[in-house]
Ligand binder design. Structure first.
Ligand code: FNR
Length: 337
């Protein structure tokens, strides 16, 4: 597994569940990331093979929905699980649980949210290079799969370069750089020139992946142009542009969002995705386009899966899917521990 010359569909909380990842792969993403999973939460999970769906499910005992669901054939060799962590040993314990079911482990060192920073995770790590080293070296030295991390820029190029050089000594395969600082929002300009300089000056043993370009991306060629402007960076990670329309990965052009939504809904039926996640993803797809629109309003007001499939003219597909079989599996999950 190598991130060079690859297009990555990056980690997004509540978006990057199995159906969304499979959709991104179908449309042409080379590698997909899970959402960030906090190490101590993941460690609570039990690994269960779900042979009827060909998935491996990681489930907290007593819960009937997996925290992480991995497809054994359609994504395993291209899936990276992202961890939120503040400690090398804890990260390793969590990573070991999924090590044989994924292609790589990534550490989130960029999240600016209060929850992460208070726990010493995410962007709190950016100012603690010793901690960064401890976490990454523990993972690199003890795992059999590639390790990467995702950072944000520091306020100066020199400080960012210094951090990248420190990280490169740990033996990680790749560093994704989101071209904004911890205090900058997605509406601020992505620091493409920072990333360009880092690509030119970083040690050759590490792959640099650029991230943060979505506000200027609505097609496959925009993805390539963003990568070129940043160095060219060795790899490119796309998040919001994929959330708005996952078919952005198609070299032959993006598809209308209604077609994409229907394909998403079909995959959700295969994997028993539940209503809150289905609605959340669809709202992000339609949000900016249609928030004034009646269709969007109708989507927001749906209260059952049957209603949402009816709204998308997919009532028959919904009724013909193995609803009872899936209900029994959920019951089994809930009761088996
Ligand atoms: C994110 N981002 C994020 N980053 C991360 O490292 N782990 C995560 O779980 C998440 N979750 C998340 C959820 C949602 C809804 C959004 C919009 C973003 C940040 C994301 O990975 C990325 O760094 C930024 O969105 C910038 O890249 P784009 O969107 O310009 O391609």
């Amino acid at each position: 597994m190598d991130y060079s010359n690859r297009i990555l569909c990056g980690p997004m909380v509540r978006i990057s569940s199995l159906p969304f990842r499979l959709l991104a792969l179908e449309y042409g993403a080379d590698i997909v990331f899970s959402e960030e999973l906090i190490d101590y939460r993941l460690m609570q999970c039990v690994r269960v093979e779900n042979n009827s769906l060909d998935t491996v499910d990681f489930v907290v005992p007593g819960e009937d929905r997996p925290m992480l669901q991995i497809h054994k054939t359609r994504e395993k060799s291209r899936l990276v699980v992202q961890l939120g962590t503040a400690d090398g040993q804890r990260a390793l314990n969590a990573a070991r649980l999924v090590e044989n079911d994924v292609a790589g482990i990534d550490v989130n060192m960029g999240c600016p949210k209060k929850f992460s920073i208070q726990g010493g995770m995410g962007s709190a790590l950016l100012n603690h290079p010793d901690k960064v080293k401890q976490i990454l070296e523990t993972l690199v030295n003890n795992l059999s799969i590639p390790v990467s991390c995702k950072i944000r820029c520091l306020p100066s190029l020199d400080a960012t370069l210094s951090l990248v050089r420190t990280i490169a000594t740990t033996g990680v395969h790749a560093i994704t750089i989101h071209g904004r600082t911890r205090d900058e929002r997605n509406s601020d300009e992505c620091r493409e020139t920072f990333i360009q300089s880092i690509v030119q000056q970083c040690p050759p043993n590490v792959v640099i992946v650029t991230n943060g370009g979505s506000t200027k991306i609505s097609s496959y060629s925009d993805i390539q142009n963003f990568r070129l402007r940043c160095g060219p960076a060795h790899g490119v990670m796309i998040c919001q542009a994929a959330m708005w329309n996952p078919s952005v990965f198609r070299p032959s052009g993006s598809l209308p969002i209604s077609d994409v939504a229907k394909r998403f809904l079909q995959i959700c039926l295969e994997f028993d995705n539940h209503l809150p996640n289905i609605k959340y993803v669809l709202q992000r797809m339609y949000g900016d386009l249609d928030s004034e629109n009646q269709f969007y309003e109708k989507m927001l007001s749906t209260e059952t899966e049957a209603q949402i499939y009816t709204l998308f003219d997919m009532k028959n597909e919904y009724e013909q899917s193995p609803l009872e079989e899936r209900r029994l599996w959920r019951e089994k999950l809930r009761n088996q521990f």
